[in-house]
Design a protein around this ligand. Structure first.
Ligand code: PLP
Length: 389
């Protein structure tokens, strides 16, 4: 009955575990969930106010497919101010979350048989989108020894005449790794002279900790600016996951035009109210709200890392960004699905198995949850690990 192309697609494991946890909870089990990739904070008031104003003013009709001009101006202002990038309105397309930006991009860029380099552990969605577009994901594995970051040599070795795109995520979901400016410069050197595009997923840009500094891939040099497609949004930094707002910027106007065409025949513009609401999320209005959340995430990171590393048999690197810990449990169990399932059934703790991100022997623990739950959850993990068999 179904088309062949949908058969290659796997369901998002993150969402599958989250819904299993929700189901157990509904059936009365005491479940603590660390599986979802969304902040526990409420959306900042300035954003809600802008949305209410839009509704009251009747801003409730179709808009331009790629976003209203004042929203595009806010995005351009943000990219200039925060990232030193100069884009024009024709370089920007607003979509239903960064997920749709990535969907549009893979659909218009990837041809049958094209190779797309994806460092692992990766965000679950990338390989699926590449396969859906007919492309071939080429995975570069990373681990703790290189801070979960690819080296220039690894990139060089993965490139073939069929390579079309490299997907970089900084800060990373699920490892929190943040590429330094120097590391990006070294990768840029490998790409120089090739026709390879870079999709730079910068969703967690605002959530960096300690001395870590975020650098946008497109800001490295002119060559990188031309080949990089910058993808960002407000889901994570402004606690706006349900509003569905994301955007993409690229100096390749032909590429942007093609995505606009695809979006015009699929979803059209994103919700008109969300477009108005996103503006204070980009123009600096909510900087204090973001900083409040970032500081709280940092406290939780430090506490959770210390507690987890005190448990015999598991270990975790302290991440420089995002709100996830990628915990190594390979000493006690190689099979991450089995580990996560038992942990959920026995202790009511929901985490995402590493295999969903392409790495066996790990689980992803989201610290976008209150401190009391984090402490209680890790206490349960400790008990679980101590008796694991
Ligand atoms: N990119 C990364 C790395 C993510 O982790 C997520 C969400 O989990 C997204 C993109 C999608 O975000 P959005 O809510 O804007 O679709």
């Amino acid at each position: 009955m179904l088309a062949r192309r949908i058969d290659q697609l796997s369901e998002s494991l993150t969402m599958a575990i989250t819904s299993l946890a929700r189901e157990l909870k509904a059936n009365g089990k005491d479940v603590l969930s660390f599986s979802a990739g969304e902040p526990d904070f409420d959306t900042p008031q300035a954003i809600k106010d802008a949305a209410i104003k839009a509704i009251n003013e009747g801003f409730t009709k179709y808009t331009a497919v790629d976003g209203i001009p004042e929203l595009k101006e806010a995005i351009i202002g943000k990219l200039q101010r925060d990232n030193g990038l100069s884009y024009k309105p024709e370089h920007i397309i607003v979509s239903n979350g960064a997920k749709q930006s990535l969907f549009n991009l893979t659909q218009v860029l990837i041809d049958e048989g094209d190779e797309v380099i994806i460092p692992s552990p990766y965000w679950v969605t990338y390989p699926e989108l590449v396969k859906y577009a007919g492309g071939k994901p080429v995975i570069i594995p990373t681990n703790e020894s290189n801070g979960f970051k690819i080296t220039p040599k690894q990139l060089e070795d993965a490139i073939t005449p069929k390579t079309k795109l490299l997907i970089l995520t900084t800060p990373s979901n699920p490892t929190g790794a943040v590429y330094t400016k120097e590391e990006l410069e070294a990768l840029a050197k490998v790409l120089a002279g090739t026709k390879i595009f870079v999709a730079s997923d910068e969703m967690y840009e605002k959530l960096v900790y300690g001395g870590a500094k975020f650098t946008s891939a497109a800001s490295i040099n002119e060559d990188m600016f031309e080949r990089t497609i910058t993808i960002n949004g407000l889901s994570k930094s402004a606690a706006m996951t349900g509003w569905r707002f994301g955007y993409l910027a690229s100096s390749q106007t032909e590429l942007v035009k093609a995505m606009k065409k695809l979006q015009s025949q699929s979803t059209s513009n994103i919700n008109s109210i969300t477009q108005k609401a996103a503006i204070p999320g980009l123009d600096g209005t909510i900087e204090n709200d973001i900083e409040m959340m970032r500081k709280e995430f940092e406290k939780r990171r430090d506490r959770a890392v210390a507690l987890l590393n005190a448990i015999d048999g598991i270990s975790v690197l302290s991440p420089d960004g995002a709100f996830y810990l990628f915990v190594n449990h390979s000493q006690i169990e190689k099979d991450s699905m089995l580990f996560a399932k038992k942990l959920l059934e026995q202790e009511g703790v929901a985490v995402v198995p590493g295999i969903g991100f392409g790495s066996e022997g790990y689980f992803r623990f989201s610290f976008a949850t209150d401190m009391t739950s984090i402490e209680e959850g890790i206490e349960r993990i400790k008990r679980f690990v101590a008796t694991y068999r």
